[in-house]
Design a protein around this ligand. Structure first.
Ligand code: HSE
Length: 410
């Protein structure tokens, strides 16, 4: 059998099955030659392709038109993606961890060996943000790209806020619905959003940085008290990935953030993701769509295959064109809260300039550098301290004034 336009698929989880559905619906199921799975005997929907377990010796396949990598392990995915790019193959991946950690060398291999490497499914599910940034914003200086990049965290925060169910119950639902990663720490710890942010920054600003250079704080420490606080002040809490370029300084972070109803992200709920892009000439764009799930993500993986068929590849037109430096000295306003004030006192952060904003001082408002939070991240997580960015200047002033009145009364 000729393998001219054939595809080898690694992984048949939620996204792999979604991709398969698109092949079937578009009368292209015959293109799927082989599916590599961990366990051939596992009960799964019937497919025409050959089912195989991984060959431990090599992932290279000279005969296929495209390799589609949709497994969860970033380490195993690296071998599959790199070894096939090395022989000039077309490769599609949705593995954000792998891509964020190895982007520079994967782009180099793609160029050097003349394959094509596409990965729209790695970032924000069905929102085609990589192609938008790579193509539409190629000739416009981008100032900021921010948004909700993790469907599972947003799903959990929405459920805590709107339905009052427990964190564990909401996480379980996100897993049952196929949104969360095999290890959900990546979702709730803000790593998944961080990997996506690194990929976005490469296309938006032309700078590739390593994930461990950037601050990411997740939603694990968000408490019922934080949710109540948000409600009282007409805010919601969203896990926001943010990148902005000021001069030649690139500022990147993933942090829980209070947003009010004037913010476009306020009404982005459940597994939906959203991206705000701001550039000099085009101005502001806002994209919203499902950020996780079998068919939404499967659809962009299938689009990548069609793009490869049509000869498309990312231009990376901004890559390494400017002397951009990552800047972590940026100061941000945050609310720190914990069960007791002593937990906050023991995270290694200088809180002498913070203002208590509740009766027992277990909620503090103040300004801090991203670098300080990054340096003390482990202690912050261990002590159960929630860190929530607050951007609403009116609310900041209101909280400060209320605090002063309380102090006067005492
Ligand atoms: N676990 C990811 C999320 C899947 O929840 O957003 C999509 O990348």
């Amino acid at each position: 059998m000729s393998t001219e336009n054939k595809v080898k698929l690694y992984g048949f989880g939620a996204v792999g099955q979604g991709f398969h559905s698109y092949l079937v619906d578009n009368n292209e199921e015959d293109r799927l030659h082989t599916v590599i799975v961990k366990d051939e005997t596992k009960k799964r929907k019937p497919i025409k392709a050959i089912l195989e377990t991984t060959n431990p010796n090599t992932a290279q396949d000279k005969t296929m038109h495209a390799i589609v990598e949709l497994i969860s392990s970033a380490e195993e995915a690296y071998g599959i993606v790199y070894e096939n790019l090395e022989i000039g193959k077309n490769v599609i991946s949705a593995n954000k961890k792998l891509i964020a950690n190895h982007l520079a060398e994967l782009v180099k291999a793609e160029k050097q060996y003349n394959g094509k490497f596409l990965y729209e499914g790695a970032v924000c599910g069905s929102i085609p943000i990589i192609r938008i940034l790579n193509d539409l914003f190629a000739n416009d200086p981008v100032r900021q790209v921010s948004g909700i990049f993790n469907g599972s965290s947003n799903y959990i925060l929405s459920k805590l806020f709107n339905e009052g169910i427990s964190y564990q119950e909401a996480l379980q639902q996100a897993q049952d619905l196929g949104f969360a990663e095999a290890d959900p720490t990546s979702d709730v710890g803000g790593y998944d959003a961080l990997y996506k942010l690194i990929i976005v920054a490469a296309h938006a600003f032309g700078k590739i940085v390593k994930p461990n250079e950037v601050l990411n704080i997740g939603i694990q420490n968000i408490s019922l008290a934080d949710i109540e606080f948000a409600k009282k002040h007409h805010q919601k809490i969203k896990l926001i990935a943010k990148s902005s370029l000021e001069g030649n300084k690139l500022i990147l972070s993933v942090l829980p953030t209070f947003v009010n109803s004037e913010n476009d992200l306020f009404n982005v709920e459940n597994e939906y993701n959203a991206v705000l892009v701001e550039s000099d000439n085009i101005g502001q764009h806002f994209y919203k769509g499902k950020g996780a799930g079998s068919l939404p993500t499967g659809s962009v993986v299938y689009s990548d295959l069609k793009a490869i068929d049509a000869g498309y590849s990312y231009s990376y037109s901004k890559l390494d064109k400017q002397n951009i430096q990552l800047a972590n000295e940026e100061q941000i306003n945050v609310v720190l809260s914990a069960e007791t004030v002593s937990n906050i006192q023991n995270i290694g952060v200088d809180i002498s300039n913070f203002t208590p904003i509740n009766f027992d001082g277990s909620q503090l408002l103040g300004k801090i550098a991203l670098a300080d939070l990054k340096r003390n991240k482990t202690l912050i997580e261990q002590k159960g301290v929630s860190v929530i960015v607050i951007e609403d200047e009116n609310l900041i002033n209101e909280l400060r004034n209320a605090s002063v009145k309380e102090a006067v009364k005492l």
